[in-house]
Design a protein around this ligand. Structure first.
Ligand code: IFM
Length: 487
């Protein structure tokens, strides 16, 4: 049998001249808890991440989001930096506990005001705001009532979505309901590495289902507020899955892993059903009585205007008999890796884009996150040299161009991240930013990748006359280093 995971897709010869459509949205992304700080300001309520960070041993360096990049107070300065890069779009998230301190009940107008000011500042610089409604900071009060494992949280989320849309709808056209629901479900509720730190298949699968419901209900709420003016989507993290060998067993294991890692959300959102091959394997884990109710998957399949794809890395999978429940093992990367230990493979981005296009599309796609952490150092110079990140981004941008050349309708690309920030359980160690953040002084220092990105945006694509280093993390193999800090 042919594997569902066809690693050869997208590996045909590269497009010679990387080219991007007119109006392509070149952006950068962040999320509220990772950059804002000011967690007690203006009536904000507690989030699950505030609570989780206080639990000993949860965060590698003991860090919290209490100050982070102090963006809540420095947003004007940060928007000015975006403008210096020439960003066309900025993707940020709204902290639910700023808007509803206890998750529901009375709105906190001061919380909403912050996002109004931010949207106004972006608009004043002609930067398109792209709003993510949920990037992991659930109000703790909702967690105390069961969190995403409770069906009612989906309805509360739709209420939140409608409230934010009403407040910001004049200035915001692009809306993303959820960011990486797979990570929320499984890293937060199966591996216990993210808030709320639960370890249970049954809970994780219930959380996955309720997020799908929440997504569909929020799409409806957004349409009711914005009509046809809004562009609404969801962001799913996609892994380029490849079998370790041509062996049937490895191919089957890769297919199962892909089903859990990618199709568990793709299928309900775009086809209105759970993956048929995985259903018999996973459904018994939550004893489905009452979880999936008639009509739920019709709600989850609400029409979307674009799919957000986050891509960082591939996964090479081999059959591992007896490993419940998927009998699959992800091998350690062999080649170059980032500071997160993630394999560097731009071809994987083309692979996931082509896959979504061929199997679920055609549909408009935005690469809502792509980027890499490397051990950047700042010694007081005006620009932080980060050749590995320049190489990584250059390779991945060219992979997007490859996918476009093959007919994929990609509308935007967002670097993760604008700023170095709080990398969840990994704390402040990994630095993903285009701008280095010196946390003690809160100074932002452009990295060479920011200057490279400024040129890419100005040219609407990478310099076709300069060969790509292929995204390999080898220092010194970056494309020509652009000169001078941003104007
Ligand atoms: O920092 C995260 C982000 O919050 C979600 N996507 C992956 C990034 C890097 O780990």
């Amino acid at each position: 049998m042919r594997s569902r995971v066809d690693a050869s897709r997208g590996l045909a010869p590269r497009a010679l001249r990387p080219s991007f459509p007119e109006g392509f949205l070149w952006g950068a992304a962040t999320s509220a808890y990772q950059i804002e700080g000011s967690v007690d300001a203006d009536g904000r309520g507690e989030s699950i991440w505030d609570r989780f960070c206080r639990e000993p041993g949860r965060i590698r360096d003991g860090g919290t989001g209490a100050t982070a990049c102090d963006h809540y107070r420095r947003y004007r300065e940060d928007v000015a930096r975006m403008a210096e890069l020439g960003l066309k779009a900025y993707r940020f998230s709204v902290a639910w506990p700023r808007v509803f301190p206890t998750g529901t009940g009375p709105v906190n107008p001061r919380g909403l005001d912050f996002y109004r000011r931010l949207v106004d500042a972006l608009r004043a610089r002609a930067i398109e705001p792209v709003v993510t409604l949920y990037h992991w900071d659930l109000p703790q009060a909702l967690q105390d009532r069961g969190g995403w494992a409770r069906r009612d949280t989906a309805a509360r989320f739709a209420e939140f979505a409608a409230t934010v849309a009403r407040a910001l709808g004049d200035g915001v056209r692009y809306w993303i309901t959820l960011n990486e629901p797979w990570v929320v479900a499984f890293v937060g509720h199966l591996f216990g590495e993210h808030a709320p730190g639960i370890r249970s298949w049954a809970v994780a699968l219930a959380v996955a289902h309720h997020q799908l419901l929440a997504h569909g209900l929020a799409v409806r709420a957004l349409r009711a507020e914005g009509g046809g003016r809004f562009q609404v989507g969801i962001t799913l993290d996609q892994v380029a899955v490849r079998p370790a060998t041509q062996d049937e067993a490895d191919a089957a294991a890769a297919g199962r892993f892909d089903g859990w890692r990618n199709r568990w959300f793709l299928d309900p959102v775009l086809r209105g059903r759970y993956p048929a091959d995985l259903w018999p394997l996973l459904a018994p884990l939550w004893r489905p009585a009452g979880l999936v109710r008639p009509g739920d998957l019709d709600v989850a399949r609400a029409r979307i205007d674009f799919l957000g794809v986050n891509y960082y890395s591939p996964a090479v999978v081999r059959h591992a008999p007896g490993r419940p429940p998927l009998e699959a093992e992800v091998l350690s990367p062999r080649g170059p890796v980032t500071a997160m230990g993630w394999a560097i493979d731009p071809g994987g981005l083309a692979q996931v884009l082509l896959r979504v296009h061929h199997e679920y599309g055609p549909l408009p796609i935005m690469v809502t996150e792509n980027g890499a952490a490397f051990p950047d150092r700042w010694d007081g110079e005006p620009v932080v040299d980060d050749p590995q990140r320049v190489a990584y981004l250059d390779g991945h941008v060219r992979a997007v161009a490859d996918a476009i050349a093959r007919g994929v309708d990609v509308r935007g690309y967002f670097v993760w991240s604008l700023l170095d920030n709080f990398e969840w359980a990994r704390g402040y160690g990994p630095r993903f930013g285009l701008f280095y953040v010196d946390y003690p002084s809160q100074r932002r220092v452009p990295k060479a990748s920011a200057l490279w990105y400024r040129e890419v945006i100005a040219r609407n694509g990478p310099d076709a006359s300069v060969p790509s280093p292929g995204g390999q993390a080898e220092p010194g193999r970056a494309p020509r280093r652009p000169s001078g800090p941003p104007a």
